[in-house]
Design a binder for this molecule. Structure first.
Ligand SMILES: [Zn+2]
Length: 157
């Protein structure tokens, strides 16, 4: 056991990086804070670099947007109420959230629909992590219920 110089808590050696007096948790926090501060101080430079990348690769970004639009169009049944979808997006904006497709639009096995029942408002951070995962991809508990001969059953929609 070793006491962390930052938080003062007694922790086993595995909670420390080799040769560090502060614990992993404190070290991570420190790095996180430094990263955020650095970003805030260099925000304009980051913005410029992103913009330059966009300018240089406009065809790529345009193609990506066009594909997204096409997918959305294909995933939206004609009976969908646009007003309802607009409302969900307005709620997300109001609360600083983003709209997530619960069943992803672009996935190797399924195509979710662009309908209110498949939309939810979640924080950007979670959305970035979720990406185009299916619920069954991230929750192995669903997979336990599947029969080996019917692997597709794991998709509970
Ligand atoms: Zn600590």
């Amino acid at each position: 056991m070793k006491a962390c110089t930052k938080c003062g808590v007694q922790k086993p050696a595995c909670d420390f990086y080799t040769g560090r007096p502060d614990c992993k948790e404190c070290k991570k926090k420190q790095v996180g804070i430094r990263g955020r501060v650095y970003y805030q101080e260099n925000k304009d430079r980051y913005k410029m670099v992103r913009h330059q990348h966009y300018k240089k690769n406009m065809a790529y970004y345009n193609a990506k947007c066009a594909k997204r639009r096409a997918v959305l169009l294909r995933a939206k049944p004609p009976w969908v109420d646009d007003k309802e979808i607009e409302y969900i997006y307005s709620i997300a904006k109001e609360r600083g959230l983003v709209v997530d497709h619960i069943v992803p639009l672009q996935h190797e096995r399924v195509c979710g629909l662009h309908v209110p029942a498949n939309l939810r408002c979640i924080p950007q951070k979670i959305n970035a992590w979720k990406s185009n995962k299916l619920l069954s991809d991230e929750l192995p508990i669903y997979k336990k219920r599947t029969r080996a001969d019917e692997p597709e059953k794991e998709i509970t929609l």
